[in-house]
Ligand binder design. Sequence first.
Ligand code: SOE
Length: 396
Amino acid sequence: MSRTDRPRLGVGMVGYAFMGAAHSQAWRTAPRFFDLPRTIDMAALCGRDGAAVAAAAERLGWASTETDWRALVERDDVDLVDVCTPGDTHEEIAVAALAAGKHVLCEKPLANTLAEAERMAEAARAAEARGQVAMVGFTYRRVPAVQLARQIVEEGRIGRVRHVRAQYLQDWIADPEAPLSWRLDREKAGSGALGDIGAHVVDLAQFVTGEWLTGVSGLLETFVHERPVAEAHAGLRGSAGADRGPVTVDDAAVFYGRLTGGGLATFEATRFAWGRKNAIRLEINGEAGSLAFDFEDMNVLHLFDASEPARTAGFRRIVVTEADHPFVGAWWPAGHGLGYEHGFTHQVVDLVEAVAAGAAVRPTFDDGLQVQRVLDAVERSSLADNVWVPVPGPRR
Ligand code: SOE
């Protein structure tokens, strides 16, 4: 089937900041490197400020604009709504889009609260029964090295999982004078490091092991309670004075939990780790070996096979750039590697294939709800002197 006579998939996106730019790149690029079963039409970009969204549409490759997401959701030429807005709007936009018969891709974390996530997952289950697709944007699952790690665990190569050691380390607000942004405001973001980056490592731990956390205990901390207000975020000014405002979320989270297979998991999420820019570090220790990954060296997966004779045993450095590694064959010759943006493109590839097949694609909103259950339990634990808080399992 030539590319031109494939059924059209009209996409409408809400939001055009960092995630909007990364998703736009994926919608533009995926059809050019993967043989998708749909022709992608980047039909409309939505944002409140008409002039700003028009400029963004021009820059990011969208054919038209809307200033009200409700209008976007009702458009007949939009089949899929991509939600790239702060967490306080995820539920209303995603639920309205699902009710309007659209497929939905929603940025992570799914929601700002457990109650919102439960309502979104319920709406998604009903929509999936009608043949619609709902996906949450945990893009790091689609880094080839992470996909390979999942395959190795699933093949039983490292045996039963004993430990998961997961960190997400950044430093973009380690400077106490770094200005406030919506990510530091509880109303907009729901939480700080816990929901923003802790959500990623919870999802990765559950994805790579195929297990989920049955209970957690944790601590949250806010190191800097007040910051300068940048003009763009004038609305965040507090009583602290016209040019400063309060930080109302956690700056860092540390927590641990038990996995369904009996293993133990430890997590750390912080944006105060000077020198760490986007360091997602995952180590899985099984009864027969270990895996280790660091996003700051994202094309490499380390494998230790405990069956190797001690004389020559050691971590093997697998360069995940071969054509038969997940997703890699569509890109460059062996050894040339991929980047941060490729996880977003691979996300679009699997989403569009699921839409064409009329099938669900993971992470579903139920997967997003499972992460939200963990975040909620960590928050409740931290508020109660880090007591142990059970985490209910997934519906299916
Ligand atoms: C900020 O911490 C952030 O932009 C996250 O919100 C994204 O999900 C992650 O991909 C990069 O870092």
